[in-house]
Design a protein around this ligand. Structure first.
Ligand code: GRF
Length: 201
């Protein structure tokens, strides 16, 4: 069965592009039914238009409060009748009402090997800490930041002369295969979740 997925992105959308391409190549048995963004200037919008994916722009700055934005976002998400919501560089923390409305139906990619280096600037945190291995994590979204059950992780070395940008680039290359792969597993109904453990069938 082809799944319906909707993507939330705030910026350049290179992970969104990787998902678009994996769907086009039939590596993911899904249709991307919408791109939802909080940022009318997001480059992800261009990518959606080129791929004929409908866009929903909820300009955060145009809402009187966070609550008003979140309720519009919840309504937009409900309209999609999506099997899965994919956060691809979506730069806001989802409110509890949204997370609870879609249990185990929202995934995120984080540019670190969780549970290390949650939050912003994960690659900068990794360089500053001096770790020798870094990477990315695809996980389900729960009420806590960068904390839900882990689906896949990929690692990369941290090289002696790395700075935040060089490490981020190396991690991003892995993100572009890891995220489509995790979404494929979800869409093929191959993920079994027990507590916070995800088993792949
Ligand atoms: C990626 O590094 C992702 O891990 C993080 O935000 C960044 C988004 O990049 N959540 P892009 O918009 O997909 O290019």
């Amino acid at each position: 069965m082809t799944k319906r997925i909707a993507v939330l992105a705030s910026g350049r959308g290179s992970n969104f592009q990787a998902v678009i391409e994996a769907i086009a190549a039939r590596r993911i048995p899904a249709t991307c039914v919408a791109l939802i963004t909080d940022n009318p200037k997001a480059y992800a919008l261009e990518r959606a238009r080129k791929a004929d994916i409908p866009v929903i722009v909820l300009d955060y700055a145009s809402f009187p409060s966070r609550e008003a934005y979140e309720s519009a976002l919840l309504a937009a998400m409900q309209q999609q009748k999506a099997d899965l919501f994919v956060l691809a560089g979506y730069m806001r923390i989802l409110g509890t009402a949204i997370v609870q409305a879609f249990p185990r139906k929202i995934v995120n990619i984080h540019p670190a090997l969780l549970p290390s280096f949650t939050g912003l600037h994960a690659q900068r945190q990794a360089v500053a800490y001096g770790v020798k291995v870094a990477g990315c994590t695809v996980h389900f979204v729960d009420e806590n930041l960068d904390c839900g059950p882990i689906i896949l992780q990929k690692c990369v070395p941290v090289l002696r002369d790395d700075d935040e940008d060089s490490l981020a680039g190396r991690i991003l290359t892995e993100e572009h295969t890891c995220y489509p792969e995790a979404i494929r597993l979800f869409c093929e109904d191959r993920l079994e979740i027990t507590g916070r453990i995800v088993r792949i069938h």
